[in-house]
Design a protein around this ligand. Sequence first.
Ligand code: FAD
Ligand code: SIN
Length: 530
Amino acid sequence: MGQSSSDCKQLHADYLIIGSGAAGLLAANRLAAHGQVLLVNKGRFKDSSTWNAQGGIAGVMSDSDSLESHVQDTLAAGVGLCHEDVVRATVRHGREIIEELIEIGTAFDEKNGALHLTQEGGHSSRRVAHVQDATGRAISEALLAQVAPHANVTRLEEHTAIDLVTTASTDAGQKRCVGAYVLNPHGEVVTISAQQTILASGGAGKVYLYTSNPHAATGDGIAMAWRAGCTVMNLEFIQFHPTCLFHREGSNMLLSEALRGEGAHVVDAKGRRFLFDYDERGELAPRDIVARAIDHEMKKQGVDCMYVDARPIGSTLILDHFRNIHGRLLELGLDLTQEPIPVVPAAHYICGGIQADGDGKTSLEGLYAIGETACTGLHGANRLASNSLLECLVMADCCAADVLKQAAPPASRIPDWDDSGIVPETERIQIKQNWDEIRATMSNYVGIVRSVERLSRASRRLRIIQDEIASYYWKHPVSQDLLELRNIALMAELIVHSAQQRHESRGLHYSTDYPQLSAAISDTVLRPEA
Ligand code: FAD
Ligand code: SIN
């Protein structure tokens, strides 16, 4: 059916998928042969992390590599917290997923007739398949080309899911998810009922001031699932990418880890390679270590940034493999082939999320969560580079298979959206102020290095902001800005609360009050009050 708009206020689908990144697109592709799919995304199609992914997708594709080695690297990066069964199942599917992507037209780079595999931090082998430095865009286009022409798929762009609907609010009986309320681009709320709902709504980088993520990454899926009663897990583990461009006009541009994998150095303003002071693997240490080292060095030297010096790679390889990054830097007046580029760590990936099993099943019947919005335990306390695209596609595949095993639930009617008592907005300054306050609080108090005092300060401020937002939300018409604000506020509160539960430093969570790794290994699981 292709792209559409919601002129009706009531829609029905067999399968409602919220989010059209890698996870949502592959799930739509799998389910379209079996029923009507509604694929909803809040911005334009390109506003996903998937579209922006640079480095590539990890998978064991060479004879000199092994599944066991990929498993061990993932477990080591996750610092004891990965769920090994999920790691093994995910890694095992790597080859078939990459082969399927090739079959549907993803033109991965090749060298001498074989896939060119790049290197990234924490990987003991070259195992990252890539399309230059714009892998996510190529994968998105290939998946979309499968999904878009399908007669059973209706795509609703610029539609923002507001909240999930559960039967508890309509019928007696077992609570299950029966669809969602969605804001259309005309400012109207559409009710969508569905047999099965799949959250594929990505991450939450916008909770922080500096992030590599696109605007859509406001943690909506996690916030909606929490409000609907789902359990969430390990939200304290926020991955900061070590090398985001430091430039006022290129605020969320990433300098791919593959640059370091191919030989770029990280240096200070004097050109000194300081990473070996922190870890013997230098530029190729896992991300948590590199990001913390850069952050520490910036604070020690009292400077605003460090630098990626790609000159050791050589111009030929830069122009071939890193053409897009080089081109975007040139537009900003920076030449990757000639000079060190200023970088800072920025919020990049949330390892925690809605607690889900390997098929994406959540604690709420009728609701699945896949991709970055979910937490299966794959990444533990720190994600290994390029394991995320792999996770999205493996989970989407397993999720679709599980969805198809479910019997159709009894039809339920979703009550219309109730906007009685709503008064028009007269000013937006309160919304802007709350956005700024949340992001600054999270960056200053809940960033790469945390402490008991910083977390409790953050918690106190966030409580006040939450109260302000709650009273504003129920009085005024919903808008995308307001919905996202409500979600980042809740996300911030859940991240802080999770961080306060962890009395140790592990992977991406580092506390000056608890610098040791504890012998006891446990996930941080939060459950909404009934
Ligand atoms: P996304 O691709 O983020 O898609 C989320 C979708 O949900 C979007 O369509 C969005 O519009 C929609 N959405 C969100 N909220 C709502 C709502 N309320 N209503 C409706 N729709 C909604 N990982 C790797 O493995 N390799 C890499 O090379 C790599 N590079 C990266 C580079 C960058 C710059 C970034 C930001 C991330 C990178 N990552 C990489 C991480 C990886 O890209 C993401 O984790 C992954 O793409 C997430 O896919 P997803 O399908 O879960 O979500
Ligand atoms: C990058 O290209 O550096 C991002 C890779 C990732 O996040 O996995």
